[in-house]
Design a protein around this ligand. Structure first.
Ligand code: NIG
Ligand code: FE
Length: 429
């Protein structure tokens, strides 16, 4: 209703006219969010702001007011208004590590692992990352966009409003750039926001078998310079059976020279010293870290390099070793939590599942798990000033659930509690 119409309706007694905003969300039983624009490290990771009976006003894609429902209702009128039904509201979830650009699934390898083979044994026999190359190389950009879209729909249904999206299943210059174009095309049309990473260091392509140095030179001389215009980050799989420390250093230093940020898969399967390298390079994130050493943890904490942990992956791979998340928090790190969604080592898109497993396997509190899937994840992507918390001025990404309080985020397994999803102030789910 416009101010004129309200006057005509005889509402002249109101001193301040109601301010019209794009969206008003009322009926939030509990609003739980970390606060700030910087990663929350150590003990601060478990400190959330929790408020009861809250309403939120969004305008121009951002949060403009958050507060007591009666007060917000007295100040704002929403062109659109939704009722959260008394449930828990949290920031839009941010998945800081995914590999969503691929064609076919690899359930046969899952069966092989359940039958006793390891991830490395399957890779050595021609499975693993290499088995996904064929599909990506043979596909057009359009086909890859078509298969990506329903995956993004599922992320959104699960409350994930932003994902870091890696390439890495092309592994030719042209096919890696095609993967980045797929991510850009999806970003144009889908509500889920994608932050592109070029994973040209995912593996040594089969054509370069036995001469990984030649692939490294192609990546440094051709791929990174071309990818720099299309990606925010470069990434490498630092592992003795893929790229060792010297090769990884060469790849990442060269990426940085091209203006790309650095993310690294490190110490996932063996304790190679990848965390120390990520710290030395000042990477934006050091991911996985199941086999990180004490020295590596100290180096990450000292350089402020954020761990991105993937608690579903060892579970999925049948590996016993967990990332020592508690030690990292005690040392003053600010970990993010991610799915690592990919066809090989984690076919799961649910950050709710990740939060539960982070509680069960790492001993994280629900508050720590929420910070890990929101603010800390956004900060690892350089987006902490924009995303990751429900605060005035940030982009209005909000998830409404039917959970009664934030402890249920980790307590309840196997059900999607998401009722509505708001991305940049628009109701998208
Ligand atoms: O993050 N570590 C390397 N990359 C993926 C696995 C990819 C695959 O198996 O296809 C990961 O676990
Ligand atoms: Fe990964």
């Amino acid at each position: 209703m416009s101010d004129q119409a309200r006057t005509a309706a005889g509402d002249e007694r109101r001193e301040e006219p109601l301010k019209e905003v794009d969206l008003l969300v009322v009926g939030i039983g509990e609003l739980a969010t970390p606060e700030g624009r910087l990663p929350r490290a150590g003990g601060a990771m478990g400190q959330l702001s929790t408020r009861r009976d809250v309403a939120v006003a969004c305008d121009g894609g951002r949060f403009v007011a958050i507060g007591d429902e009666a007060q917000i209702a007295a100040r704002f009128r929403g062109r659109e208004r939704i009722d959260a039904g008394g449930g828990l509201a949290i920031p839009g979830l941010v998945d800081a590590h995914t590999h969503p650009v691929f064609l076919g699934t690899r359930e046969g390898e899952f069966e092989q692992r359940v039958g006793g083979l390891s991830y490395v044994e399957i890779a050595a026999a021609g499975g693993g990352i290499r088995s996904s190359l064929e599909g990506v190389r043979a596909s057009t950009e359009q086909l890859l966009v078509e298969v990506l879209m329903p995956r993004l729909d599922r992320f959104l249904k699960l409350g994930t409003t932003t994902i870091e999206a890696k390439t890495g299943y092309g592994l030719t210059v042209a096919d890696e750039l095609k993967g980045l174009d797929v991510i850009a095309a999806a970003n144009q049309v889908h509500a889920v926001e994608l932050v592109p990473t070029c994973l040209g260091g995912h593996d040594v392509p089969p054509e370069f078998k036995g001469r990984p140095g030649d692939w490294i030179e192609v990546v440094c001389a051709e791929l990174w310079p071309a990818a720099a215009a299309k990606a925010s980050f470069a990434d490498v799989f630092t592992e003795s059976h893929v790229f060792g420390l010297d090769a990884s250093r060469r790849l990442m230093e060269s990426a940085r020279e091209q203006g790309l940020g650095i993310r690294m898969h490190v110490d996932q399967l063996t304790s190679l010293g990848g965390a120390e390298l990520a710290a030395e390079l000042g990477a934006s994130s050091a991911d996985h870290l199941e086999h990180v050493s004490e020295h590596g943890i100290a180096a990450l904490a000292e350089r402020g390099v954020q761990p991105v942990l993937c608690p579903l992956v060892p579970l999925y791979l049948g590996e016993a070793q967990e990332a020592p998340a508690r030690r990292m928090i005690e040392a003053g790190c600010a970990p993010a939590l991610s799915t690592d969604f990919n066809p090989g080592s984690c076919y799961c898109m649910s950050l709710f599942e990740v939060m539960s497993w982070a509680a069960l396997r790492y001993g994280m509190s629900a508050a720590e798990a929420l910070t890990g899937t929101t603010l800390n994840a956004a900060c690892s992507l350089g987006l902490g000033g924009e995303l990751g918390s429900v605060e005035v001025g940030k982009r209005a990404d909000l998830v409404l659930t039917d959970l009664p309080n934030h402890s249920h985020l980790t307590y309840e397994l196997g059900r999607n509690p998401v009722q509505r999803v708001i991305k940049s102030g628009a109701v998208v789910q």
